[in-house]
Every structure is written in structure tokens, then in C-alpha cells.
Ligand binder design. Structure first.
Ligand code: GLN
Length: 484
């Protein structure tokens, strides 16, 4: 049953061949026996209660396409019934008084929450090793990282512990773990998905999105996920669309921009081969490849690692031991309470970002670092607009290598940052980006590790990206492969 897509599960539910309760039990049992550490918490009683109401809706004929389908949420989305930790000791026992807008949308659609998914602390990381609750293992090879920060979401989809998952992407955290775990994920245009109740990392970059097995499934989830929310001041007010409306369009005449800078020295041979093979498949589907340049690709790393920590240092000031979560046990005055609380509550990477962020925003350094980064950010966005004069979509690798081994880069933050090179610029420009499985590499260990193809579209072209991804998935079967 767990091999089915959302569409297939929905058909089984509507025709009453399976009940929402049976489906929930099936996945709960799989989660129970999994050793990947993909989930931070589950509450079977709550899940089964939601499943029972979904069954009632189906019985009354009042069900939508997602009613009764299980979903799990990255532990960055706050939920009233399950703890919301952001992978941090700071929020270890935090229960939110409200549900994130995204969670509300999925609840309203009748989806059944299986639990909360592990992630890097406050979504800072590329390997999920920065979680206070421990690393997640890659289901394809348990000695490898699953990617991050949405490592739990991607690993859970790959291991078929849930058919649908939410995730967030600030600089690649949907696309990179999706690539490393061989599943499909999409980060929509900045401002599409409400950030209300999504624990903030870098507000001008953070964007929620789905991870699932197929592009079609991602489209079904986006249909429920995207919508104007007056509670998020950067949420864009647009007419509702069906993101799957163009799935069946053929790709004849599609111009695919292939950025030179994405196929540079640092790209591993095994990844390059899989990505080039995918591009060749697109040519068979009627597309033409156009050589393009995104000249500031390399600068996206310093720019992102100035802007994201700057925003993080501001966003994380709210965790002061007074309002949320952890508070140190003994202290002599207020200042010591703050210091001890934050020293105990945050992990190393979070502290590093708060330090860097405070530094680049401080008097005397603001112009040299933060302001300069903002200017280059604008130039990066302009490079994309120039590229979209020549092509309809941009394609390349998601990451320079396949997933690395657990522990390999855990004490080398810069090595982690460098591995984000192909995902950061899309985020800085606020563009939609997607990752779809396109083959396997060997890595250094000669094991089988998935490779992702990145698709980058212009603003609000999610339906087109899903169409382009779906046509590839009709012609290939990488997305159907599972580690079992
Ligand atoms: N790896 C990047 C970082 O560490 C991106 C993380 C994300 O997208 N949340 O900040």
C-alpha cells in the first residue's frame, strides 16, 4: 500500500477499498519499526482520531482528493497537538497554542497527521546532523546523511513512512534532501506559501513546500498549501490555481537553459553523468538545450551566508528564556538567565550563525557586509531574468555530489556551506525550484546514492515546472524506485 502515489491512495479511499484508519495504522506501524530517526514525535491516538473524522467525511460523501491521506510535518511548522521543536533543545517541550496556516490547510482538507519530522536545528544545515534529536539516516544507505535541513521529510518519503510531507527551503532545504533521498520536492516562489506558524530562520528566504514521490503528488499538495494569508505580511495575494492543470502538456519546443557555472570543476563525475543523461532524455521529449550563464553563482555562497545569519540573529532573539521554551535552572540575575538559557538551548551551528549575523549587522560592518550582500543579491536576481530571456526553464544539478557519509563534514561548517552552491541563488532570487530523481551515483564509498535534477522556473511558474517534471516521470522510472 505504501508504494502508492497520493492519487492512487485517494482512489482507494474514495472507493472504500481502504479506510483512512487502516491507512494511518499501516503507516504508523512502518514508522514504529523504522530506525532512520526521521520522526521527532508521533501521537498515534491523535492520528487515529483524525483518521476517524476523515472516514466520517468519506462516508458522508463530503471528501476531497486529500481526505484521509496521511501527511507528516517538518518540525518547523507549529502544531497545537504535537510538540514543535524546530530540532532544538530550546523548544524541546514546546506546544504551540495554534496551528501553522499550512497545517490548518491540510487539516481542513482532511489529511491525517502522522507526526513531526526531524530537521536541522532551526533549519540551519545541509545534513540534518545539526538536530538536537540526532541525525537522520539516508534510507538508501544508512551510513549516509539524508541531506538537510528537511532530512526527516525526505528520508520519510523515500522509506515510504508517509506518502506526503511538508518541508521548508531557505537555501535548498527542500531540493537538496529530496535529491539525496531520491524523491520529488518543490520550493514555490517566495511569498506563495504562508510563513505563519513556520518557525522563522531567515524571513526573506524561508518558504514552505511539499516533498512526495512524484511531481503530480507535489502538485496536489501545493493546491492545498498555497493561498493568501493575511497573517503573513509577505504572502502574495493571487488568484487560486490548479497546479496540476498543465501536467499533460507535451514539451515540444521547450527551451532548457543549462548554466555553465553549474557544470564547473567542483561537480562530481557521477552527478554530472546522471544530470546530462536527464538532459538528453528531455531532448528526446522535444526540448532544446540552451547554453546560458549565471555569472554570480559562486557569490551566492558568501551572500547567502551573510544575509541568512543576519536575519537569523534577529529572528532568534525571541528565544530568551522568558517567552518560549527552555529556561536555565539557576541564575543570579536577568542577564545571566539570558546567557545561560541561550548557551544551553542552542546548538553550535545556531550559535555560529547568531554570532556571524550580529557581526555583519553591527555598526561599522553593516555597509561592508550586509548592505553589500543585499546589492549582490539583487544582481543575482537580475542574472536570472536575463537568462529567462533565452530559455523557459533552467536545469542543472541540485548539489555537487551525492550524499556524503554521516560525520564526514560535521565539524567543518564551511564544507557544508560550499555544498549549497547550486541551490542558494534560486532562494536569493525568490524563484521556484524543484528537485526530481534522475539516477544514482556511487559517491566515494561505491554505494548507490540518488542524484537529483534541479529545475528552476521564473516567478509563479510552478504549474509549468510540475508539467516539465511530470513529463520526465512519465518517460522514466527513477521516481518509482525505493530503497527497500
Ligand atoms: N543549507 C542551508 C543552510 O544551512 C540551507 C538551509 C535551508 O534551506 N533551510 O542555511
Amino acid at each position: 500500500m505504501h508504494k502508492h502515489s497520493l492519487k492512487q491512495l485517494s482512489a482507494l479511499l474514495q472507493s472504500k477499498q481502504v479506510s483512512a484508519t487502516e491507512l494511518a495504522q499501516h503507516y504508523l506501524a512502518r514508522i514504529q519499526s523504522s530506525t532512520l530517526n526521521a520522526f521527532n514525535h508521533v501521537d498515534p491516538a491523535f492520528t487515529l482520531q483524525q483518521a476517524a473524522s476523515a472516514d466520517q467525511r468519506i462516508a458522508k460523501g463530503d471528501a476531497g482528493i486529500l481526505t484521509g491521506i496521511p501527511i507528516a510535518h517538518k518540525d518547523i511548522f507549529v502544531t497545537r497537538h504535537l510538540r514543535s521543536t524546530a530540532g532544538s533543545r530550546m523548544l524541546e517541550n514546546y506546544i504551540s497554542p495554534f496551528d501553522a496556516t499550512v497545517v490548518e490547510h491540510f487539516n481542513a482538507a482532511g489529511m491525517v497527521t502522522l507526526g513531526k519530522l526531524n530537521c536541522d536545528e532551526f533549519a540551519m544545515g545541509s545534513s540534518n546532523e545539526n538536530s538536537y534529536f540526532g541525525a537522520v539516516k539516508n534510507p538508501w544507505d544508512t551510513s549516509a546523511i539524508p541531506g538537510g535541513s528537511s532530512g526527516g521529510s525526505a528520508a520519510a518519503i523515500a522509506a515510504r513512512l508517509t506518502p506526503a510531507a511538508t518541508a521548508t527551503d531557505t537555501g535548498g532545504s527542500i531540493r537538496q534532501p529530496a535529491a539525496f533521498c531520491g524523491v520529488t520536492g518543490i520550493k514555490p516562489t517566495y511569498g506563495s506559501v504562508s510563513r505563519y506558524g513556520m518557525i522563522a530562520f531567515a524571513s526573506s528566504l524561508d518558504q514552505g513546500g511539499p516533498i512526495a514521490q512524484t511531481a503530480e503528488d507535489c502538485g496536489l499538495l501545493l493546491n492545498a498549501m498555497i493561498g493568501f494569508d493575511p497573517k503573513d505580511s509577505t504572502c502574495v495575494e493571487r488568484a487560486t490555481e490548479d497546479y496540476n492543470r498543465d501536467l499533460s502538456k507535451n514539451l515540444t519546443g521547450l527551451r532548457i537553459g543549462v548554466p555553465r557555472e553549474f557544470f564547473s570543476e567542483g561537480l562530481a563525475k557521477d552527478v554530472e553523468q546522471a544530470v546530462r543523461a536527464a538532459l538528453a532524455e528531455y531532448e528526446k521529449l522535444g526540448a532544446t538545450l540552451v547554453d546560458i550563464s549565471l555569472p554570480k553563482t559562486e557569490l551566492s555562497i558568501p551572500v547567502y551566508y551573510v544575509i541568512a545569519p543576519a536575519e537569523a540573529s534577529s529572528n532568534l532573539s525571541r528565544f530568551d528564556g522568558v517567552r518560549y521554551g527552555h529556561r536555565a535552572a539557576d541564575y543570579k540575575d536577568l542577564t545571566e538567565m539570558y546567557k545561560k538559557t541561550r548557551a544551553e538551548g542552542f546548538g553550535d551551528e545556531v550559535k555560529r550563525r547568531i554570532l556571524v549575523g550580529s557581526y555583519v549587522l553591527s555598526h561599522g560592518y553593516y555597509d561592508a557586509y550586509y548592505l553589500q550582500a543585499q546589492k549582490i543579491r539583487r544582481l543575482i536576481a537580475q542574472d536570472f531574468q536575463a537568462a529567462f530571456q533565452q530559455c523557459d526553464v533552467i536545469m542543472g544539478p541540485v548539489a555537487p555530489t551525492v550524499a556524503w557519509d554521516l560525520g564526514d563534514k560535521s565539524d567543518n561548517p564551511v564544507a557544508n556551506y560550499l555544498a549549497d552552491i547550486f541551490t542558494l541563488s534560486t532562494s536569493l532570487a525568490g524563484l521556484p525550484g524543484m528537485s526530481i530523481p534522475c539516477g544514482f551515483g556511487q559517491g566515494e564509498k561505491n554505494s548507490k546514492r540518488p542524484v537529483g535534477l534541479q529545475l528552476i522556473g521564473n516567478y509563479f511558474t510552478e504549474a509549468k515546472l510540475l508539467n516539465i517534471a511530470h513529463q520526465y516521470q512519465l518517460a522514466t522510472d527513477w521516481h518509482l524506485k525505493s530503497p527497500e
